[in-house]
Design a protein around this ligand. Sequence first.
Ligand code: ATP
Ligand code: MG
Length: 471
Amino acid sequence: MNLKQHIDHPLFAIIGEEAAAMGVQAFAIGGFVRDLILDRPVVDVDVVCDGDGITLAQRCAARVGSPKVSIFKTFGTAHFAYDGFDWEFVGARKESYSKDSRNPVVSAGTLEDDQKRRDFTMNALAISLQASNFGEVIDPFNGLNAIAKGEIKTPLDPDITYSDDPLRMMRAVRFASQLNFVLDNESLEAISRNAHRIKIITQERITVEINKIIESSRPSVGFKLMFKTGLLELVFPEMHRLQGVEIRDGLAHKDNFYHTLEVLDNVAENSDDLWLRWAAIMHDIAKPPTKRFQKGLGWTFHGHEDKGSRMVPRIFKRMRLPMDTKMKFVQKLVLLHLRPIALTKETITDSAVRRLVFEAGEDIEALMILCRADITSKNERKVKRYLANYEKVLERIEIVEESDRVRNFQPPVTGEEIMEKFGIGPCREIGTLKQQIKEAILDGKIPNEHQAAWEYTLEIAKEMGLRLREI
Ligand code: ATP
Ligand code: MG
């Protein structure tokens, strides 16, 4: 195979020329070649040469207007940004691993040595940049075939590949999810055998891969593989615990793991937001610890939304996920995920809708996407009924939003105004007054307007024994 037409950027030929001038050979390699063949967008170009990669990078940069070259001496790599791409250079290497580290001892090697150390056959493809065979694909492990068949295979014995660097297990699962490829049986079995080795990988690296799984178009693919190989139990035990069905007195509950994956895939169809997808993963996370069987009634999970939202910080901290507004967003959605549908259990009152919009604030749309995704029953009649209820709630939210604008609700009477008009300094009464005004508006007792709120303030202030300042 020759991919000359596909590597038409002039820098590729320059790299070949500079390599020749140094008496070495250079190749495009790795993820760049894989994504080129898969027609996925590429931003990083990986270049390898059987010599000094740093010198090659410097010589090439000098030919194209001297962009700044960053050099990583310990890794023997260098890169520069040019023309919208990130050009990464490395000298071909041979690697040998020790038992307790994923960082190998490295020595200079040939292109073939370098291809052997790569994780998957599809990631070991190289393209020649030499003038004599420019564009020719060098494929010692049949990576092209693996790409054509959508298979993830290791170039060497999978037990060695995964045990040497256990991060590759997460990468394998992530690529399967991202590219919709299958793991060959040998890889599946080897990952299952080596899953326990994941403990030598830092949490940050694991989380990067989990997030890439979550960002793929059908994240359930990756999570099912993690479950099957035993990785999930090790890296995300709370999610693993969702799996399983218990039957008592002939009454079963649904399998919350597969339900969660359905919800996650549904959300993924409607939103690219990583954190909304995290909220889908976490929405029922506290079902196992809140599960009870009530005679004659069946299974209940009372308070799972509340307990679940309280589990979020611990899980985020352990996973090295951001402990900021993103976490708060996930917490909020987990806490509120039952509310919209619960509204339909009775007649929907404006005040209940108003309270929900007020509590969800900016995140009401995200919450509604999650609720919609949460409707997964196999019973078609039930789904139809839930959907109809859902639409009703959506409609009511819109109406209340339009008339009352409670989303970013601030009581129309401020603390400053209260202090000034009643001639008082900061005190507890101010908080009480503001709280009561807010409640009255949310309950629909008074409209969300200054005049009405002020009249109401005067009424309750009188009861509290406050008097207007004499002017
Ligand atoms: P992505 O860029 O989507 O994360 P990638 O495969 O391009 O995927 P990079 O981290 O950019 O990943 O690495 C570039 C190449 O380096 C890979 O295609 C692969 O050939 C090699 N590589 C990366 N990580 C490993 C690893 N843990 N073990 C072996 N080879 C690896
Ligand atoms: Mg890459």
